[in-house]
Design a protein around this ligand. Structure first.
Ligand SMILES: Cc1cc2nc3c(=O)[nH]c(=O)nc-3n(C[C@H](O)[C@H](O)[C@H](O)COP(=O)(O)OP(=O)(O)OC[C@H]3O[C@@H](n4cnc5c(N)ncnc54)[C@H](O)[C@@H]3O)c2cc1C
Length: 367
């Protein structure tokens, strides 16, 4: 009797074409606070005594908020100029994950906590929150930062806009497209940049026409206005004595839509969850804040704080990349060893770690 060769399993009976080998598991879930000894060290060193909220936020930033960040960047904000009946609405619609990010950060006091309780270490604790949030999603970090940074300017608001500050400091998020006076919590944006000037805002051509002592109508354009669903915007426009600072609400005090028109959203390479837009003011109502001709002096208090957060944001992104690199190289082998044990890879990881830790230390020290 001749021996029979076993019949090969037909392809159609095989479940998969191959086994998945030598791929690390997902880094998520992890805790951006517990896994970051450097963050804990510098936070404590610069005055943070209670880290319970930071640790709990770290669990979210390495878990549900990180997942929300992926979704909010994948499903980009959409601009709707009109409703289906043809009415102008200037509305940007976001994926629910974006609102989850905003809601959670505001509940944790990311824009308001150090203003409400200005004790030693309060600004550093907030910075540590921002640093962790940026690892989950940088886009929502933009309106959160601008809202936080607007506080020193809103403290100088004229009587007509006096109730804005309290609502900016309220830890409640209301994304509805409705007037500021019908909301408990408000968010604030910043519209300075124009096409012809960029960072040289003295070249701005937007013009402000006085209605009363501190109420004006603004006419002009802004080449960059991120998070245009904010409830109000600190902006710059020319008056006779020169560039002046204004608070421009999305809705006028009489409850009608302000003449604030979104032209389009920017088509950006990154920072996708953040709707950055180009806008026009066509006689838009605004309150002046600070003296006429002192616009840069007035708004610079906000701008400076947003630039501090740019440092934190960059440091947070570096940390996010480093955490992925450390995790990936521990979970993947090449040439017989985990990548993390290969000498040249150790050089790369050491360089990344040094840069990342230095960026964090500098940013927290600057707070
Ligand atoms: C994602 C994103 C969101 C933004 N959101 C907003 C927003 O919400 N509101 C808003 O008002 N703006 C916003 N901006 C605009 C941003 O603030 C401007 O891009 C910035 O002010 C620089 O202006 P610019 O791009 O026209 O560059 P320019 O001013 O033309 O500068 C070009 C280059 O020259 C450098 N430079 C400028 N002046 C000097 C100098 N004196 N010495 C040496 N170098 C110099 C700059 O650093 C830059 O590298 C946003 C930009 C981005 C990318």
């Amino acid at each position: 009797m001749s021996e029979k060769t076993p019949a090969a399993t037909p392809y159609s009976a095989q479940a998969e074409t191959h086994q998945v080998l030598n791929q690390p598991a997902s880094l998520l879930p992890f805790n951006t606070w517990h896994s970051d000894g450097t963050l804990q060290y510098w936070s404590q060193r610069f005055g943070v005594t209670n880290s319970a909220d930071l640790a709990s936020y770290g669990g979210l930033c390495g878990g549900t908020l990180a997942e929300a960040g992926f979704l909010a960047n994948k499903y980009k904000p959409e601009f709707h100029s009109h409703d289906r009946f043809g009415n102008r609405i200037d509305e940007v619609c976001f994926h629910p994950a974006y609102h989850q990010l905003m809601q959670t950060a505001i509940t944790y006091g990311l824009p308001a906590a150090p203003w409400l309780k200005p004790c030693a270490g309060a600004q550093v604790a907030r910075a540590a929150l921002v640093y962790q949030h940026m690892q989950a999603d940088a886009g929502s970090g933009c309106p959160l930062t601008m809202t936080y940074a607007s506080v020193p300017v809103l403290q100088q608001a004229p009587p007509g806009a006096a109730d804005w500050l309290g609502k900016v400091l309220t830890p409640g998020y209301d994304p509805a497209n409705k007037p500021y006076f019908a909301k408990a919590g408000l968010t604030i944006g910043m519209a300075m940049t124009e096409k012809q000037g960029g960072s040289d805002v003295r070249a701005n051509t937007t013009r402000a026409y006085p209605l009363t002592a501190d109420e004006y109508e603004l006419v002009g354009h802004k080449w960059f206005c991120s998070a245009p669903m904010c409830d109000g915007f600190l902006t710059l426009a020319q008056t006779d004595p020169g560039l002046s600072c204004f608070l421009l609400p999305r809705w006028r005090p009489d409850g009608s839509k302000n003449q604030f028109y979104i032209q389009r959203l920017k088509d950006k390479l990154g920072n996708c969850s953040n709707a950055s837009s180009e806008v026009e003011f066509r006689g838009a109502f605004a309150w002046r804040i600070g003296d006429e001709g002192r616009g840069v002096r007035t708004i610079i208090d906000m701008v400076a704080l947003t630039r501090f957060d740019c440092m934190l944001g960059s440091a947070g992104l570096m940390r996010a990349a480093l955490a992925q690199a450390l995790h990936h190289t521990a979970g993947r082998c090449a040439f017989g060893k985990p990548l993390q044990q290969q000498v040249l890879m150790q050089n790369v990881l050491a360089d990344l770690t040094l840069d990342s830790e230095a960026a964090l230390a500098l940013s927290l020290r600057a707070r």
